[in-house]
Design a protein around this ligand. Structure first.
Ligand code: HEC
Length: 107
């Protein structure tokens, strides 16, 4: 009996873990789409390419400047930088979560 219960526990643990991973992958993919749609015109959004607009930092390098979580607030309030060629963006909380997870996947 004890063995049956613990193997049941184990199975459900594995299932929970597996589905958490799947959601994470879905979030990363969603974030990647956002980046592709809104940012890829200027920023490199993969692990190797240079940015199409040379002065725009590749997204994979952002974490070298600050933890990417610090962008959460900026994305919610509308991202502004000193650079006039960068348009303003405002993301929804879900989108921000996806986007941050995508950025983390590049680190
Ligand atoms: C029209 C071109 C363009 C687009 C589109 C664009 N950016 Fe930028 N971005 C820039 C440029 C240029 C810089 C560098 C600004 C500077 O150094 O003053 C920059 C800088 C940044 C930085 C670094 C800011 C800092 O102070 O470290 C972040 C983060 C960023 N962009 C995020 C985004 C996100 C997220 C998107 C899409 C939602 C996006 N950008 C879309 C041109 C763009």
């Amino acid at each position: 009996m004890r063995i049956a219960i613990s193997s049941l526990l184990l199975t459900s643990l594995i299932l929970t873990f597996g589905s958490a991973q799947r959601t994470e992958a879905a979030n990363v993919e969603q974030g990647r789409r956002l980046a592709l749609l809104y940012c890829a015109r200027c920023h490199a959004i993969d692990k190797v390419s240079p940015s199409p607009l040379r002065i725009a930092p590749p997204f994979r390098n952002l974490h070298e400047r600050y933890p990417v979580e610090t962008l959460e607030e900026a994305l919610a309030e509308g991202l502004t930088t000193g650079h006039p060629s960068m348009p303003q963006f405002r993301f929804e909380p879900d989108q921000i979560n996806d986007f941050i997870m995508f950025l983390k996947s590049l680190e």
